[in-house]
Design a protein around this ligand. Structure first.
Ligand code: AMP
Ligand code: MG
Length: 317
């Protein structure tokens, strides 16, 4: 039988060099990270950046996160500061993105950062993508590997569902450990969280010992990527419900829910980390089952639950 997933590749030595070659030629590849899968291209290549926006149907005003193996490589492109150094030492490599001032002679293309004078930088911890980043002479521009505003992928087959054979290579890294996108932090002035993630405001505050602003509605601030609708299965979704109807999908959290065809439990163990990991998988499942409406119970708004609620709110918009 023919393997329909012929562009999904195991991570081994041979495929690693194949992947590097694609990136050097300005082709795109999909890569695993600890948060979600990314669609990666050379951040210094016009051709790569164009391809990313085109294949994702991403609005050009939504800047890309640039990924490096370590802060020394990022110094080529951004000005760092004390807050950055403290947070980098504590959380990196890991699921956190920093907005920093772009250097005048930065090689990151204006088209990759929506012509802003800032760059969002991240240092992912996933072993496979680290091996790739270490071998490259350029950083990777890498948004999530999904069509713009749709559900982020958490395994190689999810990426295949989004793009099929339109990308030459999807590196299989199994299921993403965290399952929701990185915390995005603006460090260019007073520290603010532009997008909540698994690293919480509380954890950040403990390190920098300063007030952290949480930006609830990104549209008034400088991140043009503040699109209200996002992470969406494209189905009507009602939040904070305590019951549902048998013909609607019901997303629940916790021990008290019985098993039933239309009930999708984010974590029957009451574990918010497990809930985050399952969130996008459950969205995809419900979509495939063609439900017309989704009811969602209220999710505890603490720790990574804050990120889950942020995604649910945007998905329901
Ligand atoms: P995604 O590519 O889907 O993970 O989304 C990246 C997020 O980072 C979006 O919300 C962007 O708006 C935000 N972002 C990327 N670069 C910048 C920047 N230079 N300034 C502010 N926000 C940014
Ligand atoms: Mg995305």
């Amino acid at each position: 039988m023919k393997n329909i997933y012929s562009n999904i590749f195991k991570f081994n030595k041979k495929n690693l060099s194949k992947c590097i070659k694609y990136l050097q030629k300005s082709d795109l590849v999909a890569l695993p990270t600890e948060t979600v899968y990314g669609l990666a291209g050379n951040a210094y290549s016009k051709k790569s950046i164009l391809k990313i926006y085109k294949i994702k149907k991403r609005p050009r005003i939504n800047p890309l996160i640039i990924h490096y193996s370590n802060y020394k490589n990022a110094l080529r492109d951004v000005e760092i500061n004390q807050n950055f150094t403290k947070l980098y030492n504590k959380f990196c490599p890991g699921p956190i993105t920093f907005i920093l001032k772009k250097k005048k002679n930065s090689l990151v293309l204006p088209s990759a950062t929506a012509k802003l004078n800032t760059i969002a930088v991240r240092f992912p911890s996933n072993y496979k993508i680290r091996q790739i980043l270490k071998k490259l002479t350029f950083p990777l521009a890498m948004p999530s590997a999904n069509i713009s505003s749709k559900i982020s992928p958490v395994d190689a087959k999810d990426v295949f569902e989004e793009f099929g054979k339109k990308i030459k290579m999807i590196v299989d890294g199994g299921r993403s450990k965290i399952g929701v996108e990185s915390t995005v932090l603006d460090l260019t002035k007073n520290i603010s969280i532009l997008r909540p993630g698994s690293i919480s405001a509380k954890q950040i505050k403990k390190i920098v010992k300063k007030k952290i602003t949480i930006v609830r509605d990104q549209k008034n601030i400088k991140s043009p990527g503040a699109l209200k609708k996002h992470y969406s299965p494209g189905i009507k979704m009602l939040l904070n419900q305590n019951k549902s109807f048998y013909n609607h999908a019901f997303i629940v959290f916790g021990r008290k829910y019985k098993k039933s065809k239309n009930i999708f439990n984010l974590s029957s163990k009451n574990n918010l980390n497990e809930a985050a990991k399952n969130l996008y998988k459950i969205f995809r499942k419900i979509k495939k089952l063609r439900y017309k409406k989704i009811y969602v119970v209220s999710i505890p708004n603490k720790g990574i639950g804050i990120a889950i609620n942020d995604r649910l709110k945007k998905a329901a918009n």
